[in-house]
Design a protein around this ligand. Sequence first.
Ligand code: ATP
Ligand code: MG
Length: 376
Amino acid sequence: MIKLQNVKKYFKNNKVLKGVDLEINKGELVVLIGPSGCGKTTTLKMLNKLIKPTSGKILINGEDIGKKDTIDLRRNIGYVIQQTGLFPHMTVGDNIGLIPFLKKWTEDKIKTRTFELLELVGMNPEEYIDRYPNELSGGQQQRIGVARAFATNPEIILMDEPFSALDPITRNQLQDELFNLQQKLKKTIVFVTHDMDEALKLGDRICIMKDGVILQYDTPEELLKNPAHGFVEEFIGKNRIWNQPEFIKAEDIVIENPVKTIGNRTILQATEIMQQRHVDSILIVDRDNKLDGIATLKDIRKNRDKKVTLNDIMEKDVVSVNKDDSIVDVLKVMNEKQVGYIPVVDNSQKLIGLITRSSLISVLSEQFLEEEEVAV
Ligand SMILES: Nc1ncnc2c1ncn2[C@@H]1O[C@H](COP(=O)(O)OP(=O)(O)OP(=O)(O)O)[C@@H](O)[C@H]1O
Ligand SMILES: [Mg+2]
C-alpha cells in the first residue's frame, strides 16, 4: 500500500532522514515513534508531498507519488495534526465539509456525510454542527479533526500526535474511539506519537526511529519481547512487558519435559517414574504426544492390582491451556478450576509442557528481583 524506498531528506547540511525503508500494508495502523527531532513529522509530510524527499522513492499503491498530481493525492489522504488545524472562522459543519465541498459534492450529500461523521466520533450533530471551534473543548476539537480526516472516505489517514495536547482521560477516550473506528473502517493509518502506551495500544506495527533511521519495525508483541536494540529497550522501558501481561504467552513460561508416559503402562511402572522424578502426578500422552489424561499418586494408590494400566484409571477430562494463551488466561483458568498445575498444548493438542503454581511464582518473582536490582 505505502512503500518508502531508501528515502533521504536533507535540510541543507542537516541529514534528517538517512535512508528510510518502510512498508505499510493496506488496513494497517502503523505508529511512528521516537525522540523529538528524529524525523517523524518529516516522514509523514512526505507521504502527502508537503515535503519532497532529497532522494529515494515513495510508492502508494505501486505508484511513485513524485509523479502524481499533488492536489489529487492530498484529497485522497486524510491528515490530522496536533493543533487540529481547524479553521477558526468556519463552523464545525463547514470544517468537516471542506474537502467534500472542494471535491464538488452536492450540498445534500455533504450534509448527510457531516451528520454521519459527527455521530461516528461521538458528537451530537444537531448540537455541534453550527458551533465554531473555539466553542468546543480540546477533545471535541480533536474529534472534529478526526471526523474531517475521514470525510471523503480516503484510503490513507495521517495523524501527527493528534491526541498529545489532551488530558489523559480524554486522550484515553479518543484512543479507544479511534481503535473502534479502525476496527470498523480498516483504513491505512500512519500515526505519530511520543507516547509508548499510545503506540502499544493502537499500533498493528510500531516503527521506532532515532536520528533519521529506523531502529526496529515490529508488532507491539515482538518489540516488547525482543527489542532489537539497547535504545529500543530503554525507550520501551525495561520490563515493560509486565505492564502488558497479555503479551506473555503460556509457551514463554512453560516447563518443558514434564513427567509423562503412555497410557498402557501399568500403575506400578507409573509410580516408579513418579518417584524417580519426585512428582505426584503424571501426564498421559498417545503415540503422537497428544494429551490423553492425567493420573495422580492418590488415584493410583486406590488400586490394589498393580497391573491395572493408566488407561484404566486416568482422569480424561484434563484442564489444559493453549501455548498462545496469555499468562492472564492461565491464571484465570487455574483459579476457576482450582488446579495447581496446567498442561500446555499446541493447536493439535500435542503436549508442550506444564505450568505449575510454583513455576508461575518463580517467573513472577524473578521479574521483581530484577527490578529491585535496577533500582539499587
Ligand atoms: N523545514 C525545515 N527546515 C529545516 N529543518 C527542518 C525543517 N523541518 C524539520 N527540520 C528539522 O528536521 C529534523 C526532524 O524534524 P521532524 O519535525 O521530522 O521531527 P519529529 O520527529 O517530528 O520531532 P517531534 O517529536 O519534536 O515532532 C529536526 O531537526 C528539525 O529541526
Ligand atoms: Mg513532529
